[in-house]
Write a protein that binds this ligand. Structure first.
Ligand SMILES: Nc1nc2c(ncn2[C@@H]2O[C@H](COP(=O)(O)OP(=O)(O)OP(=O)(O)O)[C@@H](O)[C@H]2O)c(=O)[nH]1
Length: 659
């Protein structure tokens, strides 16, 4: 039986040391120690040792729940650092860099992917306040996280880079917050930059959002200039949460993640009543009952408190087994005291799909486990098993956008050491049949064949988005051209001030997942910003492009696209395949076809290669070595009929088609 294990409490977070010993002096694994500790922790928690803090002295009128929303890179996370420093949550070492961006990928890419919250204690006019800040991601793919965060707030800081002015995401986020009825505090950041034009940016805010310029704070989150005005302004302008301490407990679950020490953690906003450790709560969504093992606030790590009460935002850990049980938007109530559920959120919709396959089929199980672990903390990724004749067993994953997809791939490779092949992204198409049935097509292999298309299909549909582009006036011509070459339908263009244009355009989502964003950046030399929201499905002439190697279809290279793109894409893929397929002992014909018609044809001429040719005489050992080496090389080949296709061929065709 375990007698001692070492637990170090560091800044409110449990950190396990490397060695654990049983009473008999035998070494036990850290996972066993952790499990044993968790069991004890849940059943007989000892409050005194856990250093719970008491926040019951903060009634709703001394609580402010707010977030920071902005365009990507306008400085939200840096401002969060300064606020955490001002309130003593983190020390002023000058080394704090986006403390709330905890994921490795966030630090490397300098973007926020996962919204994080942090509670701070702040004194203003002789009164102590509990300030709950929810940091939000800025990129378009993660706007789902933004709307979830806003549901837990009564107000928000709209941060605008004084040098860049209003960008597409600023507009989208403002209207998201405005639509939720939140109080918006506009703040101009980066006023220390020599290129900053705060007056101009303020006028843009006034003209776009009808906010008077004299209400706008000017700060530098980097140097700290004006930071001491931010929290007083939040206290004065953002209303306190409403709700009743005497009503039965009711809380909104607005975020969830898996913590390896306490299991599933749910971030909640308490709308009525209070909750403490040991309480039994019920999920309105599933009716499942849970026992609360810990309640607390993020400070900025998990810090247990004696209770969470009306108006407060904090976390609870209960005996939930997987994050799948925690439905974001769910309402919790106390057992035997049911309440009317709060309005939930629409589930996140997958906008982009891609196949993931292990490069080495023997790694399937390990990869399966890694994907499961990663999706534990990102429930917006949808996962379905998929089998491809060319690539073997894998998965079809749905993402919120291409950056989301890229971040997922990077995390899989870096955090889980996965060696994967990812197919080109596609969007979910729809097929409307003559008998009234509509089906989603998430992979090209689900696309009906030519006969079914002719006899049973009434129409094909693709998803569209309403997009907003903001850029300096001199790029108007190239932006209009970009939209029209991507099948865009331009709706309006207006001037935000004398030299900045806002263009509204309806675009097929499929055009955005390929190269639209990169072209937008290169054509505007990085000055254009772009944001979009779903605009439903519309009829579109869709066809399937197939790739045949010596007459055998290669399912992993097939694609669904608009009829107008098929000729160029067909020629392009055939040519690129010719460049990457190594010559083999016979001719290889490459064909791209659509509806049975050949679009392009290329041939890789045969080559008779004798790897032992250079070994004169009877050096049998050397011959064997060369033959073994050749065999080894062949293992990494995929066989398509008789044609051997190296992994690099897939990779090169697929990555190039994403550029
Ligand atoms: N000069 C200057 N640079 C700043 C200021 N605030 C932030 N930055 C820099 O701007 C860059 C982006 O800042 P972040 O805080 O990561 O921006 P963000 O809005 O959180 O970005 P996302 O989370 O990706 O949306 C970083 O290099 C910061 O150091 C400022 O006031 N002045």
């Amino acid at each position: 039986m375990l007698q001692t294990w070492v637990l170090v409490v560091q800044a409110g977070r449990r950190v396990w040391t490397r060695n654990y010993w049983s009473s008999k002096g035998t070494h036990i694994s850290s996972s066993l120690a952790r499990r044993l500790w968790q069991q004890t922790y849940i059943t007989k928690a000892a409050d005194s040792k856990r250093g719970e803090i008491d926040i019951s002295t903060y009634p709703p009128d001394r609580i402010r729940n707010f977030s920071i929303i902005a365009h990507i890179d306008h400085g939200k996370s840096t401002l969060a650092d300064r606020l955490l420093e001002t309130t003593g949550v983190i020390s002023k070492t000058g080394k704090n860099r986006q403390v709330l961006d905890k994921l490795k990928v966030e630090r490397e890419r300098g973007i926020t992917v996962k919204a994080q919250s942090a509670s701070m204690f702040y004194e203003h006019d002789g009164q102590k306040y509990l300030m709950n800040l929810i940091d939000t991601p800025g990129h378009v793919d993660f706007s789902y996280e933004v709307s979830r965060s806003l549901a837990a707030c009564q107000g928000t800081i709209l941060l605008v880079d004084a040098a860049q002015g209003i960008q597409a995401q600023t507009v989208a986020n403002f209207f998201l917050a405005f639509g939720e009825g939140l109080e918006v505090i506009p703040i101009l950041n980066k006023v220390d930059l020599p290129t900053a034009e705060p007056e101009r940016a303020a006028l843009q805010i006034e003209s776009a959002f009808e906010i008077p310029t004299n209400n706008i704070l000017h700060i530098s989150a980097k140097t700290g200039l004006g930071i001491d005005m931010v929290l007083p302004s939040v206290i004065e302008k953002i209303p306190p949460p409403t709700g009743s301490a005497d009503s039965p407990f009711k809380a909104l679950l607005f975020d969830t993640w898996y913590d390896k020490y306490v299991g599933v953690v749910c971030l909640i906003a308490v709308k009525d009543g209070a909750i403490k450790r040991g309480d039994k709560i019920v999920s309105s969504y599933s009716g499942t009952k849970y026992e609360v093992a810990e309640v607390g606030i993020m400070h900025p790590e998990q810090k247990p408190t004696t209770q969470l009460q009306v108006g407060q935002v904090g976390y609870i850990a209960c005996n939930m087994k997987t994050v799948a049980e925690a439905h974001v938007g769910d309402t919790f109530y106390k057992d035997k005291h049911p309440v009317e559920p709060l309005p939930g959120f629409e589930p996140a919709k997958s906008m982009v799909f891609a196949g993931i396959f292990p490069i080495d089929a023997g790694e399937f199980d390990r990869l399966n486990e890694s994907i499961q672990k990663l999706t534990l903390n990102d429930s917006s990724v949808s996962v379905h098993k998929e089998t491809s004749a060319a690539l073997g067993q894998g998965w079809r994953l749905g993402f919120l956008g291409t950056l989301h997809m890229d971040v997922f791939r990077q995390r899989l490779e870096e955090e889980y050491d996965a060696n994967i092949l990812m197919t080109s992204p596609t969007v979910p198409y729809q097929i409307k049949y003559k008998d009234g049935i509509t089906k989603f097509i998430r992979t090209p292999s689900e696309f009906p064949n030519a006969i079914v298309m002719q006899e049973r299909v009434e129409s094909t549909m693709e998803p569209f988005v309403s997009s907003t582009l903001i850029f300096p006036e001199q790029y108007l011509g190239s932006m209009l051209e970009l939209c029209s070459t991507h099948r865009g339908d331009i709706q309006t263009h207006t001037y935000l001030d004398e030299s900045r244009v806002m263009l509204k355009c309806k675009l097929p989502m499929a055009e955005i997942v390929t190269d639209f964003y990169d072209r937008l950046k290169s054509k505007s030399q990085g000055f254009a910003s772009f944001d979009y929201e779903e605009a439903g499905y519309a009829r579109s002439d869709l066809v399937k492009l197939e790739v045949l190697l010596n007459g055998e279809p290669v399912d992993a290279l097939a694609a669904v696209m608009h009829k107008s793109s098929i000729a160029t894409a067909g020629r392009d893929i055939a040519k690129r395949l010719k460049d990457v397929i190594r010559r083999q002992l016979f001719d290889i014909s490459i064909q791209t076809t659509s509806n049975g018609k050949v679009i392009a044809r290329e041939t890789v001429k045969q080559l008779r290669k004798d790897v032992t040719a250079k070994c004169y005489g009877g050096d049998a050992r050397r011959k064997m070595k060369l033959l073994d080496k050749q065999k080894e090389g062949k293992k990494r080949m995929k066989k398509i009929g008789r044609v051997e296709l190296p992994q690099e061929a897939f990779l090169s065709v697929m990555t190039k088609s994403q550029e």
